[in-house]
Design a protein around this ligand. Structure first.
Ligand SMILES: Cc1cc2nc3c(=O)[nH]c(=O)nc-3n(C[C@H](O)[C@H](O)[C@H](O)COP(=O)(O)O)c2cc1C
Length: 236
């Protein structure tokens, strides 16, 4: 009997420990930023049906580096962010892109410069609430273009998506394979953004040529986040 009770105690303790860990992981980056309510932008609900088929979007997908001056809408931004990391799970917070162990190491930023109803600022996307949180003010195109070897697509864009990874979220479970997994995940997100862009009439290009430290400095990114992909956006 004593042995039986002891086993139950040990199992309960382990369950509590695992539940606590799971809870902390899921919330750590959501609560990291202390922000005032004026810095939080509610995004319009994304569409779950589009005007073209997946096949047609795949057929038409191309890297586009020239954009018109027509402003993006907040709905365009919401749609792109949903495609990148939107929550789609009914019971769990699964997302539009796969993630090793469901640990979601990626963070998505938007630097807006020509978006209706959105100031020229750097924002972080919060998938769980479908909101943007302002990180800093100002048009970031010049700084980001300088970090990316002066690529014109960034200078000409109306908004810029930046994808970073917090490798530690994945290495907790997968050790040294974490970087590999995060890099695979960023590829899935990039393709989602390309395909969604085709569907709503935007142009974009995956930009991988940039100086990591330069970019981290100009955007004042957290030390544990590694920038992996820049995707300028604009109407075509
Ligand atoms: C990992 C990676 C890095 C890339 N980096 C850049 C870049 O820095 N600048 C750029 O203009 N295009 C970049 N591209 C886009 C490629 O040039 C483009 O995908 C390729 O020319 C094929 O054209 P498509 O995307 O229209 O099919 C990159 C693509 C990938 C997958």
């Amino acid at each position: 009997m004593k042995k039986y009770l002891y086993s139950i105690l040990v199992i309960s303790f382990i369950s509590l420990f695992l539940a606590f860990n799971f809870f902390c992981q899921g919330n750590s980056y959501e609560t990291r930023m202390q922000t005032s309510s004026s810095d939080i932008i509610e995004l319009p609900a994304p569409n779950h049906s589009g005007k073209i088929s997946v096949e047609e979007a795949l057929l038409k997908r191309r890297s586009i580096r020239d954009y018109t001056d027509n402003p993006l809408s907040l709905s365009d931004i919401s749609q792109i962010l949903w495609a990148a990391q939107g929550i789609t799970g009914e019971r769990y917070d699964f997302r539009t892109a796969p993630s090793a162990g469901g640990l979601y190491p990626l963070e998505i930023y938007v630097a807006s410069s020509n978006v209706k109803d959105l100031g020229n600022s750097l924002y972080k996307y919060r998938p769980k609430n479908n909101t943007l949180v302002k990180i800093s003010d100002g048009d970031k195109r010049q700084d980001m273009s300088n970090a990316a070897l002066g690529q014109d697509a960034i200078d000409n864009s109306s908004a810029i998506i930046l994808i970073t990874a917090v490798y530690e979220r994945t290495s907790v479970k997968y050790g040294s394979r974490a970087e590999r997994y995060a890099h695979i995940e960023v590829g899935a997100v990039v393709q989602n953004i390309y395909i969604q862009s085709v569907s709503i009439g935007l142009g974009t290009v995956m930009i991988g040529a940039f100086k990591d430290d330069h970019l981290k400095n100009v955007l004042n990114l957290p030390a544990d986040e590694q920038p992996l992909a820049i995707m300028p956006l604009g109407k075509i």
